[in-house]
Design a protein around this ligand. Structure first.
Ligand SMILES: NC(=O)c1ccc[n+]([C@@H]2O[C@H](COP(=O)([O-])OP(=O)(O)OC[C@H]3O[C@@H](n4cnc5c(N)ncnc54)[C@H](O)[C@@H]3O)[C@@H](O)[C@H]2O)c1
Length: 258
């Protein structure tokens, strides 16, 4: 089951899992792209995909889609909490935007896990993956909501793995830097933050990211870093936070001029 799978990274993940022989449940706000993708998959292999249009910013919506998949296919082997938004900028960001960012980028992961765990504990097996971001390890210049929610998503994945890892749960967390999707090219207030991402390193294709994810899941690796330089930035941050903040300020100056 992959959320945010109508487009971008989620679509590439779902397609890669499908190519590996999995049945995939696709969830997204965007109905038409979702149905088109499920249609292609079912044409290639009958009854191998289902499309579940939903807005996952409430607990009820998360419960509803998980129940729908369980009803049709008995259980979910792997859940990928990937849907997310790049919303909000600085301290002037309105409360509605903050709440929406927290709901989809973080609480949706918790709501899904809350509903998945009892079954997974019972059978002693389950795989929870989430998409945080390099911003969850480092920071997102230009967006406080993105930085906080992605730090939260990574922290939640770590907590899940610590808490349930001895009882059969596997957890992985994907933390990419720039990926060539609509999110990176959106032209709203977040746009300058996206320019920082583009300036910070290589922009990968979603299919490259999906290939790395399939391999990491095969190896049951917790942290998935399709951009290897992110591991180096995280090490530099851990070694000397003051110096790392200085470097981030210089990068911000280049793009924002302050
Ligand atoms: N593109 C990047 O550079 C990049 C880098 C790091 C992390 N990420 C993360 O990767 C994930 C996927 O993003 P993407 O780059 O593919 O962007 P995208 O905008 O192409 O795809 C995100 C998908 O999530 C869906 N979605 C958004 N809100 C939803 C909601 N409330 N309910 C259901 N679906 C919803 C959207 O409709 C969209 O199809 C996100 O969590 C994002 O934060 C992206």
């Amino acid at each position: 089951m992959v959320t945010g799978s109508a487009r971008g990274i989620g679509r590439a993940l779902a397609s890669a899992f499908h190519a590996e022989g999995a049945r995939v449940a696709l969830v997204d706000l965007d109905q038409s792209d979702l149905h088109t993708l499920a249609g292609h998959m079912n044409a290639a292999r009958p009854e191998s995909a289902m499309a579940l249009p939903a807005d996952l910013t409430t607990e009820a919506a998360n419960v509803e889609v998980i129940d729908a998949v369980r009803h049709a296919w008995e259980d979910i082997d792997l859940f990928f909490a990937n849907a997310g938004i790049a919303a909000g900028t600085d301290l002037t960001t309105d409360e509605e935007t903050w709440n929406k960012a927290f709901a989809i980028n973080l609480h949706a992961h918790r709501w899904a896990a809350k509903h998945l765990m009892p079954h997974w504990l019972e059978r002693g097996d389950g795989y929870f993956c989430s998409t945080a971001s390099a911003a969850g390890l480092l920071s997102q210049i230009g967006s406080a909501p993105y930085t906080l929610t992605k730090h939260g998503a990574l922290a939640f994945a770590e907590w899940l793995s610590i808490t349930y890892g001895n009882r059969g749960l596997k957890v992985s967390c994907l933390c990419p830097q720039g990926v060539n999707t609509d999110m990176l090219h959106q032209a709203d207030d977040f746009g300058r933050g996206a320019n920082v991402v583009k300036a910070a390193g290589a922009v990968l294709e979603p299919e490259d990211v999906a290939r790395e994810v399939v391999q990491a899941i095969d190896e049951e690796r917790f942290l998935i870093l399709p951009h290897p330089e992110v591991a180096e930035y995280a090490k530099a941050k851990a070694n000397d936070r003051g110096r790392w903040i200085g470097g981030m300020r210089r990068l911000q100056m280049k793009v924002y001029g302050y």
